[in-house]
Design a protein around this ligand. Structure first.
Ligand code: TYM
Length: 332
């Protein structure tokens, strides 16, 4: 069975609809056909300012949301990145074959560091994509389901795998990205030309999986649209309506063309009210199940320990091959 690997950062109070529709929905579907590893990437989460108590809470809550959304911990390997030391160890080795210029071209780094300023930007944020490459390459991964914003990091991962193989001998499988068509980029409801993101200035444009249903419905009903009346998909001219149609299509399973026909001659209010209902219907069971899982942290920790043991065994073996390949002598 081919291997699939993906992860999310434990940051903020909840995963949002972009994380869910862009990635998590595909994780759930693909776990049937792949030997899947789903990681809570806490090493990545400390590359920006963070609060230790909040991080602890968020790591468990992120794992709980994976399970609540449909990841089966019996079938898939669910674990926390910091529990498997090989991630940080391989990242070091990969950092020595990553060009400084190459890493400097990563647009996520450029955007985030530009926002924070040079003094607040850490070296860890700079090497973030190298750690992500290590995550993926440790497991002989064939497929990586992510949203569109991770495309460039996946390209770097593929480049590093190829470069290592040609320099030190065939060691890594070169993985493929799996990026959905309609939901690769879900936009902020209040600012529909920016992607929905945990680091948004305001929470009003974010649909959080753990928001109260009333709040979710209100956020969708208050989504920014435009001054026309026509419900049609046009990303450039009508970013707000196009985003709502994308979300509708993802949740209802109807095509954009069918939705345009269904809403022909109707007002924006109808679209928003119906979409709010659909989204609440989909998200509310995830919220309820997450809260149940969070009520038993010992059981969550047990599940995560099982996953860590399994991941650790695989990762150690890959790391040993890498250490041999670069010329480290073995410890007796
Ligand atoms: P993170 O936590 O920022 O995002 C988690 C996943 O959600 C997707 N995503 C979106 N998809 C559609 N629309 C949006 N508005 C939106 N916002 C986020 C992201 O593309 C991602 O798939 N670097 C990764 C975490 C990571 C990882 C890995 C992923 C670390 N190591 C190895 C895959 C494989 C990230 O940005 O997570």
């Amino acid at each position: 069975t081919p291997v699939l690997f993906s992860g999310m950062q434990p940051s903020g109070d909840s995963l949002h609809l972009g994380n869910y529709l862009g990635a998590l929905v595909n994780w759930v579907a693909l776990q049937e056909r792949y030997d899947a590893y789903y990681c809570v990437v806490d090493l990545h989460a400390i590359t920006v300012a963070q609060d230790p108590a909040a991080l602890r809470e968020s790591a468990r809550r992120t794992a709980a949301q994976y399970i609540a959304a449909g990841i089966d911990p019996e079938r898939s390997t669910l674990f926390v990145q910091s529990h498997v030391p090989a991630h940080a160890e391989l990242a070091w080795v990969l950092s020595t074959i990553t060009g400084f210029g190459e890493a400097s071209r990563m647009t996520q780094f450029k955007d985030k560091s530009a926002k924070q300023g040079t003094d607040a930007t850490t070296v860890g944020l700079f090497t973030y994509p190298v750690l992500m490459a290590a995550d993926i390459l440790l497991y002989d991964t064939a497929l990586v389901p992510v949203g569109d914003d991770q495309r460039q990091h996946l390209e770097l991962t593929r480049d590093l795998a190829g470069r290592f193989n040609s320099r030190f001998g065939e060691t890594f499988r070169v993985p493929e990205a799996y990026i959905p068509e309609v939901t690769a980029r879900i936009y902020d409801l209040q600012d529909p030309t920016s992607k929905m993101s945990k680091s948004a200035a305001s929470d009003a444009g974010l649909v959080n999986l753990l928001d109260e249903p009333k709040r979710t419905a209100k956020k969708i009903r208050s989504a920014v649209t435009d001054t026309e009346r026509e419900i049609r998909f046009d990303r450039a001219a009508k970013p707000g309506i196009s985003n709502l149609l994308d979300i509708h299509s993802a949740v209802s399973g109807k095509s954009i063309a069918d939705l345009e026909a269904e809403y022909a001659g109707r007002g924006y209010g109808d679209l928003k009210v119906e979409l709010a209902e659909l989204v609440v219907e989909r998200v509310e069971p995830i919220r309820a199940r997450t809260l149940e899982l969070m009520a038993d942290p010992a059981e969550l920790d047990r599940l995560l320990a099982v996953g860590a043991d399994k991941a650790d065994a695989v990762a150690r073996e890959t790391l040993a091959k890498v250490y041999d390949a670069v010329g480290f002598i073995r410890r007796r």
